[in-house]
Design a protein around this ligand. Structure first.
Ligand SMILES: *Cc1c(COP(=O)(O)O)cnc(C)c1O
Length: 492
């Protein structure tokens, strides 16, 4: 199977080439030329998560052996990296509503599902391509991705990783998670400025050919771990299929029964993986796309007009505060089948911040997607109400999705079984969750974990609880024009 670019379908690559390159040269994203169909789901039912991951990813990765993928899956998801044996457990909230918890990994957010796997896919791809250099991953992060990438790449042979975060742009817990990072091949540095400053600095380093030559001479090649790499989308397809298998195993659904999935969405990577699972034959009925006040996707999915010219809000669900959803480009390619049409939309987005898709795309989108959004007040209200009524504690991102699902059900009286994708532990966003529960006097630093634990009777996940005793390893703060020399210093 070959991979093509969304902006030039004549560029064809192997899976290993697509994963090593990340982004196509002309700016497009890679996706498989054709999509495999699922095997008989009966064969997946008795498997554990790792086995299902190897089986499903194998359908897309010619040139990777089954044995290789099983090894990757057990390294990524086994060996105590996740705090429950199911890896991505499905918990029943009501008989028709199930929570797919994707935050049992080492950093307590769903980014782990892909970033625990990506390092193995990337290093194997480089070996298959005959690339002998050490890869250095550069990341600019607004919070969750940096930590998840650090944990994924820590001590992976043949890799180094450098993460830049905005000095005053991440939460106390997120900062502590990063500056206490363990591993011999990792670096973390604060940048004076906001996320855009850090992001621009990283892009500048990537696009500096002289610096790349210097690094090549020292045996290094730069790469990125951001969510447009196919190696991050593919591992996410697995949990939709696995969740369905679990529901069937538990007798909550019969094989072939349809179900809805509802996904808190930012960059459109998570829900795109659900769309691909559906395309492969998983009986997903509606894909419900949930946004916060930054509701550019809600509008797009309802009207066919994508318009980023709107105010940007900092919300209680910061990982969804985004106005350009990069992975939407892959959906557009799939629905149009035309790289030319996608190029046109992306050129328009670049020039004016806006595009409007054709009638055909609009109809296709409306047939498969439902969309909605919810502001912070309703998000916090949901956290309180659900906790009060059922004892289930959800984080702010998950609460956005749950609220949007309830809105859809109220409007349509459609009571099809639904899976809500839960993307972070509530302990990652203690302050908002405590506010939701009416606690106004909040503890500082890591004490807030204990406070949320005391108020709710739930234990904080170990990776967060153990932060209190950890040594700070990275204290450097630089101006954005100094970022290159930080990378230069690390790669000597
Ligand atoms: C990244 C993230 C999201 C958004 O996922 P996308 O794939 O960007 O749509 C939602 N919730 C949490 C907690 C996240 O970290």
């Amino acid at each position: 199977m070959y991979y093509v670019s969304t902006r030039d379908h004549t560029l064809r690559y192997t899976a290993a080439q697509a994963i090593e390159q990340g982004l196509s040269r002309e700016g497009g994203l890679f996706l498989p030329e054709t999509f495999p169909q699922l095997p008989d789901l009966k064969t997946l039912l008795p498997m554990n998560y790792q086995q299902r991951a190897a089986a499903i990813m194998g359908l897309f990765l010619d040139g990777f052996s089954g044995e290789e993928l099983e090894t990757f899956a057990s390294k990524a998801y086994g060996g105590g990296k996740f705090d429950c044996p199911e890896v991505a457990p499905v918990r029943e909230l009501h008989c028709k509503t199930h929570m797919l918890e994707l935050w049992h990994g080492p950093t307590c957010a769903f980014k782990d599902m892909a970033l625990q796997m990506l390092p193995h896919l990337l290093t194997a791809s480089m070996a298959k391509n005959g690339e002998e250099k050490t890869v250095c991953i550069l990341v600019a992060t607004s919070g969750d991705t940096g930590k998840a990438a650090l944990e994924g790449f820590r001590d992976v042979a043949g890799t180094k990783i450098m993460v830049f975060y905005p000095k005053d742009g991440v939460s106390d817990i997120q900062q502590l998670q990063m500056v206490t990072q363990e591993g011999e091949n990792v670096g973390v540095c604060a940048v004076v400025g906001n996320f855009d400053d850090a992001q621009t600095g990283v892009k500048k380093i990537f696009s500096d050919p002289a610096f790349r030559d210097v690094l090549a001479g020292r045996g290094y090649v730069l790469s990125s771990a951001n969510s447009i790499n196919w190696g991050r989308v593919l591992p996410q397809v697995v949990y939709y299929i696995s969740a369905y298998c679990d529901l069937v195993q538990e007798g909550k659904l019969k094989l072939g029964d349809k179900f809805h999935v509802c996904v808190p969405t930012g960059n459109f990577g998570n829900i795109l993986a659900g769309y691909y699972a559906k395309k492969m034959g998983l009986p997903i009925d509606k894909l419900i796309c949930a946004s916060n006040a930054n509701n550019v996707l809600t509008d797009f999915l309802q009207t066919g007009v994508y318009d980023r010219n709107r105010p940007f809000y900092n919300t209680a669900s910061p990982s969804m505060d985004i106005l350009i959803s990069s992975n939407l480009e892959r959906l557009l390619f799939d629905l149009t089948g035309s790289d030319e049409e996608v190029r046109g939309y992306m050129a328009s987005l670049n020039a004016t911040g806006r595009y409007e898709v054709s009638r055909k795309v609009k109809d296709a989108v409306r047939a498969q997607f439902v969309s909605g959004f919810c502001d912070d007040a309703r998000t916090l209200n949901t956290i309180e109400k659900v906790f009060h009524n059922t004892g289930y504690l959800m984080d702010t991102h998950t609460a956005v999705a749950y609220t949007v699902l309830q809105d859809y059900r109220a409007k349509t009286a459609d009571d099809t079984t639904a899976v809500v994708v839960s993307t972070a532990s509530p302990f990652k966003f203690c302050d908002s969750v405590l506010t939701a529960l009416g606690v106004t006097e909040q503890a500082k630093g890591t004490e807030i974990l204990k406070q949320l634990s005391d108020v709710t009777g739930k234990p904080a996940p170990k990776p967060l609880a153990s932060l209190a005793g950890k040594a700070v390893r990275f204290t450097k703060t630089v101006e954005k024009q100094e970022m290159l020399s930080v990378v230069d210093g690390m790669l000597r």
